[in-house]
Design a protein around this ligand. Structure first.
Ligand code: TNX
Length: 764
C-alpha cells in the first residue's frame, strides 16, 4: 500500500514537473506574469514563499507610508500582512532607494530568491513600481509564491495616462480612488480628470456657488443612443460634484500612488453648464440650459466679454490651489464659432486685437489663459484644436482627432501627448458582437489599442523627443454605472499601460494575452468588472485564386477549437471543426464558437453573408476612399458582408468631400431584378448622406441608363436602399453618390469635408 502510494505520487510529481517544464518553455517569460512587461526579466529557478516571519525591511530613504500603501494593496489581493521592520529576519522583502545604481527615473531593480525579495528604486516611484510588480506576481497563485528572478525595469514614456469624463456621468470620489489603485497597479502615472462639460460642472468653486446649485445638474438625460431619433429623455434630474475637500483627498490619494492628476476646465466650448449658471458669460446672454444630451453646442464662452476671463481666472485660482500638477488642461476642443461671428463684443475684440478671423480669436482666448497660468507657474495642455490660429509658445498638445495635430506640434517643438481617437478611445466598442453594451460607436478591439505605436514614423529622432507619452480617454456619455465604465476601461487600459511603459521591442500581443488572462483573479479581488471578450471569434474576408470570397475565422484562445455551422443552427461539439477559410458560394449565416476542454468559451459568433450577382466581381472606383474608411480592395464593396453601425468595422467605404462612383463588371449581360446599397448617415461623426444617389446600368460600359435616383435619406444610422427593376438587362452597374461637400454652418464639424459612407452594393 505504502509502496503503491509512493509510486503513484512520484509519477504525479514527475508528470507535474513535466507539465510545468513544458509550460514554462511555452510561456517562459509569461511565467513572470507582469503587465506592463518589464524591460528585462530573467527567471533564476528559485521561489520565494511568504511565511509568518516575512517582514518588510525599509532602508535608506524609503518612506513608511509608501510601505503601508503597499501592505494594504497586498492584503486586498493576497490576504497577507507582513509587518514593517528595520531588522532583517530569515525571510524579508527589502526596499531601498539608490539613484546611482538605478539610472532611470521611475526605474527599479527587483531580485527574488528563496529567502528574500529585494527592490531598489531609482526614486520613490521606482520602489512603488517594484512593489506593484511584486503584488502582481504574488497575486497570481493561491499560495502567493513569487517566482525567483532578476528584473531590471523602467518606463519607455514619462507620461502614461488615463482620462475620465465625469461630466456626462458622475463617479464618486471613492470610486475614483478605487480606479486610481488599479491604474497604479499597472504603472499608469497620470489621471486626466475631465471635470467640466456641457452636461455638468463637477468641481466645487467657492466663489461661484451657482456652479454647485445650477451647473452641477441637468434636468434629465437622453435615453439610448444619440443618433436614434426621436430623442427620448428619462425625466430625472441628474448631477453631483466633488467638494474641494474630496478633491484634495483624491489628489493626495493619487500622489501617494505616484499618479499626478491633471484637472481639465473646458474652454471656450463645451460650456453649457457654466453658462446656465452664469448666462452673462455667453454671447447672447441666454437663458441657457445644462445639456441633457451629447454633442457640440453653439453657445460657448464669449471671447469679447472681460467678465469671461475674470470668471475663468477666479475658477483657475481655486483649481490651482487644489491641484499641484505642472499642467492644467484647458480643453480647447470642438468650439463652434458662429456666436462669436455675430457677437458685437467678440467682433470688437477681434478689431482691437487685430485678429483676422474667429480661429485667431480662439487662439487669443487660449493664449490669454495661458499667460495667466504661466504667471502662476503652470503650463497649459489642450486638445489639438489649440493649434487653430497659432499655438501659444509653451502649450502642450493632446492629439486626439488623429496623429496629425501631434506631429505638427512636435515639429514646432511643442510637447505632445498622443491620444488619437481611432486607437485609444475607450468609448468605442471592443467587440463587433451585437449584444455589447451601448457605446458611442466605432470599433477598438484590444488588439488594436495594443498595436498603437505612439511615435509617428514621420518624426525624426529629435522631433520624437517631444512625444511625452500616451493616454487613453474614457468619455462617459453611455457609461451610467461603475460596471459599464469598468467594462470599457479594462482590460483595454492594460494594453495602453504596456504601450506606455514597455519598450517597443518587448511588445508582443500573444505574449501580452498570456499574461492578461492571469490578471482576472486580480480583477476579481479588486472588484473590477472587466470585459473578457478578446479571445472571441473575429473574422476577415479574403479571396481564393478563383476569385471566390472567403471568410476566415480566428480566435486567440490557446488550444481553442472553433466549431461552426452554415445552416443557421447553433454550433456545437458535433458540428464541423473550422480549419481553413470558408468559401462563400451561396447566401448563408455563418455561426461559430470556440471550445476548450469540450466547453464553449464566450459568445456565439454570427455573420450573415449575402450571395448576390456582384459578389466577387471586379469593382472600379473613380475616387479614392479616405484613409480611415478604406477596406483596401474595392471589391470589398461586393463581398457579401454589410458594414455595421460600428462604422470602423473595416467594411465601409468612406469618401471625404468626394463622390462615390463605383462600376461593377458582372462579366456578361444578364437580367437585373434589384440594385441596392447601404448608406450610413450620422452627422455627429461627420457622416453625411449623399445629396443624390443614383443607379445606372450599361451593357457596353460606355452608354449608361439611369434606373434609379434618391435624394432623401430619412434614417439617422444605416439607410437601406433597394431599387426593384423591371425588364433590365446589363453587364455593368454604376452607383453614383454625390457628396454633401463642406459641412454646413451650425452642424458638427462645420467647414470640414463631409464623409459619404457606403457599404455593400447588392445586385440581384
Ligand atoms: C469628442 S475627444 C470629444 C468629447 C466626446 C467624444 C466622444 C474630445 C476632445 N472631445 O466631447 O465625448 O468626442 O467620443
Amino acid at each position: 500500500m505504502q509502496m503503491k502510494r509512493f509510486i503513484f505520487s512520484s509519477i504525479l510529481v514527475f508528470s507535474i514537473h513535466f507539465i510545468l517544464a513544458a509550460q514554462s518553455h511555452i510561456a517562459s517569460k509569461g511565467d513572470l506574469n507582469i503587465i506592463p512587461k518589464p524591460f528585462k526579466a530573467t527567471p533564476n529557478g528559485s521561489t520565494f514563499h511568504f511565511n509568518k516571519k516575512t517582514v518588510l525591511l525599509l532602508s535608506g530613504d524609503v518612506d513608511k507610508s509608501a510601505a503601508q500603501i503597499f501592505l494594504s494593496s497586498l492584503h486586498l489581493i493576497t490576504n497577507l500582512s507582513p509587518s514593517i521592520s528595520h531588522k532583517a529576519s530569515s525571510n524579508f522583502i527589502r526596499l531601498a532607494i539608490d539613484s546611482n545604481s538605478i539610472p532611470y527615473s521611475e526605474g527599479y531593480l527587483f531580485v527574488v530568491d528563496e529567502k528574500h525579495v529585494s527592490i531598489t528604486g531609482h526614486d520613490a516611484a521606482g520602489v512603488f513600481y517594484g512593489l506593484q510588480s511584486l503584488i502582481q506576481l504574488a497575486g497570481r497563485t493561491i499560495n502567493h509564491a513569487v517566482p525567483g528572478c532578476i528584473i531590471e525595469d523602467h518606463p519607455r514614456f514619462a507620461y502614461r495616462g488615463m482620462h475620465l469624463d465625469v461630466s456626462r456621468h458622475f463617479f464618486t470620489a471613492d470610486q475614483i480612488k478605487k480606479w486610481i489603485d488599479v491604474l497604479a497597479l499597472y504603472k499608469i502615472n497620470t489621471f486626466h480628470w475631465h471635470l467640466t462639460d456641457d452636461q455638468g460642472w463637477r468641481i466645487e468653486i467657492k466663489r461661484y456657488p451657482r456652479l454647485q446649485s445650477v451647473a452641477a445638474y441637468r434636468n434629465e438625460t437622453l435615453v439610448g443612443h444619440k443618433k436614434d431619433l426621436p430623442h427620448i429623455f428619462d425625466g430625472q434630474r441628474y448631477g453631483g460634484y466633488y467638494t474641494q475637500d474630496e478633491v484634495r483627498q483624491v489628489v493626495k490619494y493619487a500622489a501617494e500612488r505616484h499618479i499626478t492628476i491633471i484637472p481639465e476646465i473646458e474652454m471656450p466650448g463645451h460650456a453649457m453648464a457654466a453658462l446656465t449658471a452664469y448666462p452673462n458669460l455667453g454671447c447672447t446672454g441666454g437663458p441657457y440650459q445644462t445639456a441633457t444630451y451629447w454633442g457640440v453646442f453653439s453657445d460657448v464662452y464669449c471671447a469679447g466679454n472681460n467678465a469671461t476671463f475674470v470668471f475663468l481666472q477666479d475658477v483657475l485660482d481655486e483649481v490651482l490651489n487644489l491641484f499641484p500638477s505642472k499642467y492644467i488642461h484647458i480643453g480647447g476642443d470642438e468650439c463652434p464659432k458662429q456666436r462669436w461671428h455675430t457677437c458685437p463684443k467678440c467682433q470688437k475684440r477681434m478689431a482691437d486685437e487685430n485678429l483676422k478671423d474667429e480661429s485667431e480669436l480662439q487662439s487669443y482666448f487660449i493664449k490669454r489663459i495661458e499667460r495667466y497660468l504661466n504667471s502662476k507657474g503652470r503650463q497649459i495642455i489642450g486638445w489639438d484644436e489649440i493649434l487653430e490660429g497659432g499655438l501659444s509658445p509653451g502649450a502642450t498638445v493632446m492629439s486626439w482627432t488623429g496623429e496629425k495635430g501631434g506631429i505638427a506640434a512636435a515639429k514646432q517643438q511643442h510637447q505632445v501627448v498622443m491620444t488619437p481617437e481611432k486607437y485609444v478611445y475607450l468609448d468605442y466598442y471592443q467587440s463587433l458582437y451585437p449584444d455589447e453594451q451601448l457605446a458611442a460607436g466605432g470599433y477598438l478591439p484590444l488588439k488594436k489599442i495594443y498595436s498603437y505605436e505612439p511615435i509617428p514614423s514621420v518624426l525624426d529622432s529629435t522631433q520624437s523627443k517631444y512625444i511625452l507619452g500616451v493616454q487613453a480617454n474614457v468619455w462617459s456619455e453611455y457609461l451610467d454605472s461603475k460596471q459599464k465604465a469598468e467594462y470599457m476601461m479594462f482590460p483595454r487600459m492594460l494594453a495602453l499601460a504596456e504601450t506606455a511603459w514597455s519598450s517597443k521591442e518587448n511588445r508582443d500581443y500573444i505574449d501580452f494575452l498570456s499574461r492578461l488572462r492571469q490578471q482576472y483573479p486580480l480583477f476579481k479581488k479588486l472588484g473590477i468588472h472587466a470585459a473578457n471578450v478578446f479571445d472571441e471569434i473575429t473574422y476577415t474576408i479574403g479571396k481564393n485564386p478563383n476569385g471566390k470570397t472567403l471568410i476566415n475565422l480566428d480566435s486567440t484562445l490557446p488550444h481553442g477549437v472553433i466549431h461552426y455551422t452554415t445552416n443557421g443552427t447553433a454550433p456545437g461539439l458535433y458540428t464541423p471543426v473550422y480549419h481553413d477559410a470558408l468559401v462563400i458560394d451561396k447566401g448563408e449565416i455563418v455561426k461559430a464558437a470556440v471550445f476548450k476542454n469540450d466547453q464553449q468559451q464566450g459568445r456565439t459568433f454570427q455573420k450573415r453573408i449575402s450571395f448576390h450577382k456582384a459578389v466577387g466581381k471586379p469593382v472600379t472606383l473613380t475616387f479614392q476612399p479616405a484613409e480611415n474608411y478604406n477596406p483596401g480592395d474595392p471589391s470589398a464593396l461586393v463581398n457579401g458582408i454589410e458594414g455595421s453601425n460600428l462604422y470602423n468595422d473595416g467594411q465601409w467605404f468612406g469618401f471625404s468631400g468626394a463622390n462615390l462612383e463605383a462600376v461593377i463588371d458582372l462579366g456578361s449581360v444578364q437580367k437585373i431584378n434589384l440594385i441596392g446599397t447601404n448608406v450610413l448617415k450620422y452627422h455627429w461623426q461627420r457622416m453625411w448622406e449623399p445629396t443624390e444617389l443614383s443607379f445606372w446600368v450599361s451593357s457596353d460600359g460606355t452608354n449608361y441608363t439611369q434606373v434609379y435616383s434618391q435624394k432623401d435619406f430619412a434614417i439617422n444610422g444605416i439607410n437601406i436602399i433597394k431599387a426593384s427593376l423591371k425588364d433590365t438587362q446589363a453587364r455593368y452597374i454604376k452607383v453614383v453618390g454625390i457628396n454633401k461637400g463642406i459641412i454646413p454652418e451650425g452642424e458638427y464639424g462645420a467647414g470640414a469635408k463631409a464623409m459619404l459612407l457606403v457599404d455593400e452594393i447588392f445586385v440581384y
